[in-house]
Design a protein around this ligand. Sequence first.
Ligand SMILES: [Ca+2]
Ligand SMILES: [Ca+2]
Ligand SMILES: [Ca+2]
Length: 159
Amino acid sequence: MNVDGSAYSNDLLLTTYKADVNSKADSGAVYLIKNIDGLSGAKDLVNLNNFDVRWNGGAATDSLGYTIGSGLGVQLVNVDGSAYANDLLLAAVNADVNGLTDNGVVYLIKGIDGLSGVKDLSDLGNFDVCWNGSVASDKLGSTDYYGGNAGLGVQLVFD
Ligand SMILES: [Ca+2]
Ligand SMILES: [Ca+2]
Ligand SMILES: [Ca+2]
């Protein structure tokens, strides 16, 4: 994808929904690695120098970046008329918020090309908006198959 207005798509988003990188089991993580055409060799993602941004799921079992099924649990979008799409929608389908279990959360993070380092989504300062699933087991933003159809996860639409 192209998060920074390069002449072509050379930026990579990687999801690891089972990641425990913030010492919270299965919180999940999503990595942004920009300008991958300039890279070579083996890149271990335990090294902070090998990615531009990492978003951590806010709590254990959040499953941030879960995209099984339609693959649409992570979407780069343009919600504010920027010159290019640099806003990110991220689903954490198994997040437990408002005292509920697995109701899920969808996050909007704007202008991701201007970010760097580790962004834990337990910190309100690390996202612009979050939508909380209203009922336990809602799994907001889910991309799983139901009745043979994969959920759309998170999708920007025109109206
Ligand atoms: Ca780029
Ligand atoms: Ca934007
Ligand atoms: Ca959960």
